[in-house]
Write a protein that binds this ligand. Sequence first.
Ligand code: DHB
Length: 388
Amino acid sequence: MLRREILAIAALSFLPSVVSAQDTVKIGLILPMTGQQASTGKQIDAAVKLYQAQNGTTVAGKKIEVILKDDTSVPDVTKRLAQELVVNDKVAFLAGFGLTPSALATAPIATQAKVVQVVMAAGTSSITEASPFIVRTSFTLAQSSVPMAEWAFKNGIKKVVTLVSDFGPGIDAEKSFSDKFKADGGAIAEALRVPLRNPDFSPFLQKVADAKPDALFVFVPSGAGAQFIKQFVERGLDKSGIRLIATGDVTDDDQLNGMGDVVVGVINTHNYSANHDSAFNKIYVEAFKKANGNLRPNFMSVGGYDGMHLIYEALKKTKGATDGEKLIAAMKGMAWESPRGPISIDADTRDIVQNIYVRKVEKVGGELYNVEFATIPNVKDPVKAAKK
Ligand code: DHB
């Protein structure tokens, strides 16, 4: 062989790796895979994997590579991981964010690097205002809390105690519930805030018992509902005549079956139930369970699944271009069917617009489910809507 030919072949043999580096789009997926929020990480990771199994790993001629990092839901760790993913791995997307402080800690990096940040879990209203590169596929707490307040007052509940986890989404849930409930004519007897980390609900539940409201309105983050219900029963509140009402974070599909019959009848409001009656959701639940040892998908999982859809469709629109500004522009106003129902991305706020369902916990085929019985269609984040 001529030396020239050998060199040509040698050069060719380098080609595939050079091409693949340019033709790979990386998604840095930062989730709490361990620690108190681990169920959120597990659900979203599983949904992202399911989306790729169903839709392939090539979009607009680009190979899609997901790099999963565990931030243990510590915001300083989230920020460091986001920085490394942008600088070292050159990711085109930052995604995930199990808790609000993690999403907020990453926002300045998204802005500086002009990298799209897809918030798949966290639900504080203000998050989308922290960077023009943030887009959300999860929910806001005001979306679910306002309809809960409306339902409560219409259904004879006049005096409520609120109990929330003491951080962003809890404060949003408390404020949006109380503002609506009071505007309708109801009274808030007490507003209780419980620490996020290792919560002990007992002393707060004693205050609830003493205040004797018609109902207790609760928000705790995904993964904390079972502990809350356990202490609610231990304190005898299930037999006190005080009704329990909640955002669907409390009656989380991930834990609902283990809570026991004490939650049967609990009215709550949320964006997703594994029991949602649509052909698409039936396929989703079945495929998710099959791939994950019969684990039931929860509301966090659809944030991950739809976040992947948003990324895939935006890349199709930009024909594979990864410029952050182009991608965000492509995402604005996008609408599609999710396992939760129809959803879209508000073109003005980059926040999710979705149906909120009023649900009642019921036994279906021997298992506990949130059974939807009323729908409030196309709900925009009420906090941002009120600012306009
Ligand atoms: C947030 C986290 C949750 O687990 C949840 O159910 C709602 C909100 C948050 O950190 O924003």
